[in-house]
Design a protein around this ligand. Structure first.
Ligand SMILES: Nc1nc2c(ncn2[C@@H]2O[C@H](COP(=O)(O)OP(=O)(O)OP(=O)(O)O)[C@@H](O)[C@H]2O)c(=O)[nH]1
Ligand SMILES: [Mg+2]
Length: 587
């Protein structure tokens, strides 16, 4: 299917042309028919020889309804530009063309209507010259009269030729389905309609609508139920999970995880040569949405402006999206803003805007994973994908991607942190994973774990420096402790035994650093791997179990059992019930 939008000045014959081509009146409302004026988007479709089904989105031409026009053409890739032979080039001809240009519409044709009322040649020449200077470029033209029917066949043939040359969209692309109508159908529930510009929607799909998940219960296209529909298409969706009042024009249904809902973004706007500053309040149009935005200039030169946009409501965005910026007060389409960053950093310090502009100067809006890593330093793959950027390279941990220089720097800082720790507190020879996470400003413990490499290692939940060499006397004493622990794995040496073996605080700390012993609590050490062994032993105990049941199963005293079970709790291997009994979690 093809989807085509009309464009052109009020009363130039757009709706009449659509009716002549499809046999259906796109003006649905009694008031539209009475006043002979399109007030809202209209929809009609037909079969066109050589091009198959063609759906039309008919837009209003009146200057008051330019936002409605934009909601209609937003997701549509092809335009039928209408100029009346007796009307010529008019203000909304210019404004609609500026909109199509900003949206980057590259396919279309010119139709000179009302050709029975005046010579179509002057209107055609002027319009073709205007269109040539836009994204539409050189387009074919046809003249017709809806009253006499003359020229309609040529309009059909020309439109079919244009449509055959329109490239097929990517049906595997993520869905961002812009709603242009929503209503309730008795017995079916909420129905939304819109133009699907990329991707595929199938019955049973789950889509995101802001914070909620909605289920596609039914799909209709061209008034027929279908199991799925591929872009480009006019689509009606029957939805489960949303009330009709909670969805409407300007909302988008999204493939989960593929867009970032944001109310702040940085963009590049090509500016006209007059050098006028960009107004501080504009309206941004994207798909069927129109949101007021506050504009903060970051920098740029005469030809382009780098702007921070802040909108009152969030928009689902990806890097590279084009937003049309319009000044409604002056009826001026300023142009297309390209989304460079849909999750920009806050600008706090003096000079931050200029620094940001310098950073964005080299950003094109084409997804660039390495560039994102350089600027963000550390980011999850999930977040990158939501911004429309496919991660490149290998994650440093889990789903985390890091800039190589940043990552090497954090590894360096962790080594320094651990060294500093050992110097000030021999009994705690390194920071806990959580302490290290905070000191390094990292968002997840798994990142700290991933940074631990020789000579560092994790022992007893702490990051410590591996020092393999123990003084010979300490080595001998530790060997005796380990021999005791082989017989009774949870009978940690008591104060007396430690004194007898001359294992004081520094000696124990050194043995822990060397990985010979693991610290359970102050003055309590066990053989490495004690937690796994304890979990094994506790499997034999009926769940949940009390402290004394655990103590008996482990063959140890309360002095050891209490901190040992706390260590298991901390590691997530055991969980405590309300009555202080515990069970194994299976982890
Ligand atoms: N004589 C003549 N009249 C036409 C022709 N096409 C449209 N009209 C008349 O022009 C007037 C405006 O036509 P519409 O189709 O409503 O114009 P429109 O562009 O849809 O107007 P808006 O949607 O309000 O912007 C109507 O009275 C039509 O009957 C034509 O080819 N010849
Ligand atoms: Mg109309």
């Amino acid at each position: 299917m093809h989807v085509v939008a009309t464009a052109g000045h009020v009363d130039h014959g757009k709706s009449t042309l659509v009716r002549a081509l499809t046999g259906r009146d796109p003006d649905r409302y009694a008031e539209e028919k009475r006043r002979g004026l399109t007030l809202d988007l209209g929809f009609a479709w037909t079969e066109l020889d050589g091009a198959g089904p063609v759906a039309f989105v008919d837009v209003p031409g009146h200057e008051r309804f330019v936002p409605t026009m934009l909601a209609g053409v937003g997701p549509v890739p092809v335009a039928v530009f209408v100029v009346a032979a007796d009307g010529g080039w008019m203000p909304q001809s210019a404004e609609h063309l500026a909109a199509l240009d900003a949206l980057g519409v590259r396919h279309g044709l010119l139709v000179v209507t009302r050709a029975d009322l005046a010579d179509p040649a002057p209107a055609r020449e002027r319009a073709l010259a205007e269109l040539r200077a836009s994204s539409l470029g050189d387009v074919p033209a046809a003249a017709c009269s809806a009253v006499t029917g003359a020229g309609l066949e040529e309009v059909r043939a020309t439109l079919a030729r244009v449509l055959v040359g329109v490239p097929a969209p990517d049906v595997r692309a993520p869905v961002r389905f812009w709603v242009d109508r929503s209503f309730t159908v008795t017995g079916a529930g909420t129905v939304v309609t819109g133009t699907l510009s990329a991707g595929r929607i199938a019955v049973g799909d789950e889509l995101r609508l802001g914070e909620r998940t909605v289920h596609v219960r039914g799909v209709q296209s061209l008034e027929r139920d279908v199991p799925h529909v591929d872009a480009v298409a006019r689509v009606a969706l029957n939805l489960r999970g949303v009330d009709r009042r909670d969805v409407g024009r300007g909302d988008a249904l999204l493939t989960p995880g593929t867009h970032r809902e944001t109310d702040v973004l940085d963009v590049r706007l090509a500016v006209a040569g007059d050098g006028e500053p960009v107004p501080a309040q504009l309206v941004a149009h994207l798909g069927s949405a129109a949101v007021p935005v506050h504009v903060r200039p970051l920098g740029g030169d005469g030809a382009e402006a780098l702007l921070r946009l802040r909108s009152r409501t969030a928009l689902p965005l990806r890097v590279g999206d084009r937003l049309l910026l319009r000044d409604p007060a002056r009826h001026v389409v300023l142009g297309a803003a390209t989304a460079l960053d849909v999750d920009p950093p806050p600008l706090r310090r003096r000079g931050a805007a200029a620094a940001r502009a310098a950073e964005l100067a080299g950003v094109s809006g084409a997804p660039d994973a390495a560039g994102e890593l350089r600027r963000r330093r550390l980011v999850s793959g999930r977040h990158l994908r939501a911004m429309g950027v496919e991660p490149a390279g290998t994650p440093v941990a889990g789903d985390w991607y890091a800039d190589p220089g940043f990552w090497a720097g954090r590894a360096e800082r962790l080594r320094a942190l651990v060294a500093g720790f050992g110097a000030t507190d021999p009994l705690h020879p390194g920071p806990t994973l959580e302490q290290a996470r905070r000191a390094l400003g990292l968002p997840a413990l798994e990142l700290v774990e991933a940074l631990v490499a020789a000579p560092l290692r994790v022992s007893g939940g702490r990051v410590v420096e591996r020092t393999d060499d123990l003084p010979a006397a300490v080595e001998r004493s530790v060997a005796l402790v380990l021999a005791d622990l082989r017989r009774e794995p949870f009978a940690a040496p008591d104060v007396e035994r430690l004194r007898e073996l001359r294992l004081g605080r520094p000696e124990l700390a050194a043995a822990v650093r060397a990985g010979r012993l693991e610290r359970v609590a102050e003055g309590i050490v066990l053989a490495p791997g004690y937690r796994a062994r304890a979990v094994d032993a506790l499997r034999a105990v009926p769940q949940p179990f009390s402290m004394s049941e655990a103590r008996r199963a482990l063959g140890t005293s309360r002095r050891v059992a209490v901190p040992l079970l706390e260590a298991l709790d901390a590691a997530g291997a055991t969980a405590r019930d309300a009555d202080d009994r515990r069970r194994l979690t299976g982890r």
